[in-house]
Design a protein around this ligand. Structure first.
Ligand code: GLU
Length: 426
């Protein structure tokens, strides 16, 4: 009897932290509130296509290692699917599926002509050489080449992938396609058709929504105390933008620990010392734990690392008045409820991290037309889209009396559901 209970509670626990089932719960709720029949949920609860591939790579020691990769295409009613590819040891099929649904929602929120897609390879790029990474990147593209393409599914960077990896992937696809195909992938180096502003786009988008959220809460970003969890692409650029805007970044972290200074950390120094995977805290002795970091006294908390960081266990201890999710899935549904009840303004991931895919869209448009835009034009267009999207979701939350996550899902799912209906799918 006792053993059964223990097994049940483990199952409950893993369900709560299961990003796919929690995403489905909110999608279902959003569709119900919008008045769509059940079959729309049945269509959208799973990707329309999910490919699992095995990729052989010759390693530097001469051995062959077989890697497992995935590509999920959530829904292509609106247009081709779009989303990043992550290289990480913790990648799972379920996570890739959930991430593809989030990409559909992001595209809906910022109103791009895309559905969502996502890819992942189970590997640890921190322990691989440049040559091995090139072999893996090219092997992945060969394995998925039939289901991707500039008008089918357009990959991009994600956790632990960068513009060099995009360049190898674009080159491999161009060879298979026998055309130069820059529009096959975004997040490329500028010389290969990449867009100005793409590398820092996620962080720029987060900065824009922080400014909007701060206005709603009557907080001046200049002088505000900010904690940023994660020092990867999003976290590091974001710390820099906020620091330059006069905010006091009082805490940052990486996968190995966290740093705290109530007077504000020297962000330029930390950026200078960080490695390409965002590791910097190893250089310091006086680190604090991740748990302590999240509970620090501050005005704005930005989880920019991994999933399931704010849960029902610590949501009551969060001191920030604004939580902006720059990572995908950092707050559980139970924690979302607790934060909302406590009057904390939560800006959900599908809105705040949509700046990356927005500038990816600009990159794809530039590739398709062969005409390239200056950096200022990108920045201006991104600002307009993010401000409009934030306000649409904030107003939906107020008028429909729902939390910001549900409001974002309602805004994000509507276009896809409509497109599927017009096509006669449901
Ligand atoms: N991987 C990023 C995301 O999760 C960007 C996707 C893209 O640029 O297509 O939003």
């Amino acid at each position: 009897m006792v053993a059964d209970k223990a097994a049940d509670s483990t199952k409950d626990e893993s369900n709560k932290l299961d990003v796919l089932s929690s995403t489905r719960t909110v999608v279902k709720n959003a569709l119900e509130r919008l008045g769509y029949p059940d079959e729309v949920f049945e269509l959208l609860k799973e990707p329309i296509r999910m490919m699992t591939v095995r990729i052989p790579v010759r390693m530097d020691d001469g051995s062959i290692k077989i890697f497992t990769g995935y590509r999920a295409q959530h829904n292509d009613a609106v247009g081709p699917t779009k989303g990043g590819v992550r290289f990480h040891p913790d990648v799972t099929e379920k996570e890739v599926k959930a991430l593809s649904i989030w990409m559909s929602l992001k595209a809906g929120i910022v109103d791009l002509p895309y559905g969502g897609g996502k890819g992942g390879i189970i590997c640890d790029p921190r322990e691989m050489s440049f040559r091995e990474l090139e072999g893996l990147s090219r092997g992945y593209v060969r394995a998925i080449s039939q289901i991707v393409g500039p008008n089918k599914d357009i990959p991009a960077p994600d956790v632990f992938t960068n513009s060099q990896i995009m360049a190898w992937m674009m080159d491999e696809y161009s060879r298979i396609d026998e055309f130069n195909s820059p529009g096959f992938i975004t997040g490329k180096p500028i010389v290969l058709g990449g867009s100005h502003g793409r590398e820092s786009a996620t962080a720029k988008g987060v900065t824009i929504v922080i400014n909007e959220a701060a206005k709603k809460k009557g907080i001046d970003v200049k002088g505000a105390r900010v904690v940023v969890q994660g020092f990867g692409n999003a976290g590091s650029f974001l710390s820099k933008f906020l620091h330059d805007a006069g905010a006091k970044v009082v805490g940052i972290s990486d996968a190995y620990g966290a740093l705290h200074d109530p007077d504000g950390l020297d962000i330029d120094y930390l950026l200078d010392r960080r490695d390409s995977f965002g590791t910097v805290t190893k250089l310091f002795n006086n680190t604090i734990s991740n748990k302590e970091l999240l509970e620090l006294d501050c005005d704005i908390l930005v989880p920019a690392a991994v999933e399931n960081q704010i849960t029902e266990d610590n949501a009551h201890n969060i001191k920030a008045s604004i939580v902006v999710e720059a990572a995908n899935g950092p707050t559980t549904l139970e924690a979302t409820k607790i934060l909302t009840e406590r009057g904390i303004l939560l800006v959900p991931d599908v809105l705040s991290s949509a700046g990356g895919v927005t500038v990816s869209y600009f990159e794809w448009v530039q590739n398709n037309q062969g005409y390239y835009w200056p950096e200022e034009e990108i920045a201006e267009k991104l600002e307009t889209i993010m401000v409009k999207s934030f306000n649409a979701i904030y107003n939906t939350a107020q008028t429909r009396r729902v939390d910001m996550r549900l409001a974002a899902y309602m805004v994000g799912v509507r276009k896809m559901a409509e497109a599927a209906r017009f096509r006669g799918w449901v």
